[in-house]
Design a protein. Sequence first.
Length: 299
Amino acid sequence: MRVGELARRTGTTVRALRYYESTGLVVPRRLSNGYREYEPIAERQVAQIRELMALGLAVEETRPFVESIAEGEGDVCAAAIATFRSTVTGLQARIGELTAQRDALDARIDSAARQVVTAAPSSGNDPMRLVGSRLPALRFYASDGRPVDLGDLGPGRTVVFVYPLTGRPGVDLPRGLLEVHGARGSTDQAIWLRDHHAELLAAGASRVYGLSAQSTGYQRELAHRLRLPYPLIPDPKLTLAAAAGLPTRTSADLALYDRLTLIVADDVVEHVFHPIPDPASHALDVMAWLSRRRFTLVS
């Protein structure tokens, strides 16, 4: 078969096949007209190279396996076993290095986080005044990479739960934050909303978002770790707080949102839950409220 056909059958590129040829792994025969002609066995050889590279082997390390195929011996031989063992040893060393780097970074993060002391809540407008108005037209990119315009959330009811921050497994919240009203339980609330997301939609919510001052990277990690079915909106500069007068808590090192939940119906704020002393019971309150108002919308 010609090089283009082999590339198509193996899902690789002509350039890669040329490279395999230059290393002597998959060598075609030359026709009188100069074209390369590959034997049928080349398809198995290329597939083997690609499979082993996906396991972490370098191209040259696939040689014992490719040669075994050419000799009709399969891929089990002393050289193949030695290559596997060498690759595993290399991977274990790399895992050790990466684990050490991760632990060192986690230690620095934890050390810095424990030094943060939050201040009293900022004196802002009562968030209840937002009822009957539209949210500012602020555009964010959520944890799933999609753009979200708070001023154009779409038809139906949208639940936006605003929270201070979530912690990481095994790491205490920053010093002083445990005394902040509404700071406890953000992760628990995120999990509750995950487990009952379908019930919230059945109760009348068209969509659910979480919003905090944490960074995009932190929120993406949280959404991935908890397998959240709804996106999180990062607002590290507290843009919504400045535009809509939402309550926050700040210090020299940290600025956080006070916990509250907005129900936005047809892009108009229909209800505001604030304050929220108990995140777990609050989630039940949101579902009950939605159920009562399921067949009514702001006109």
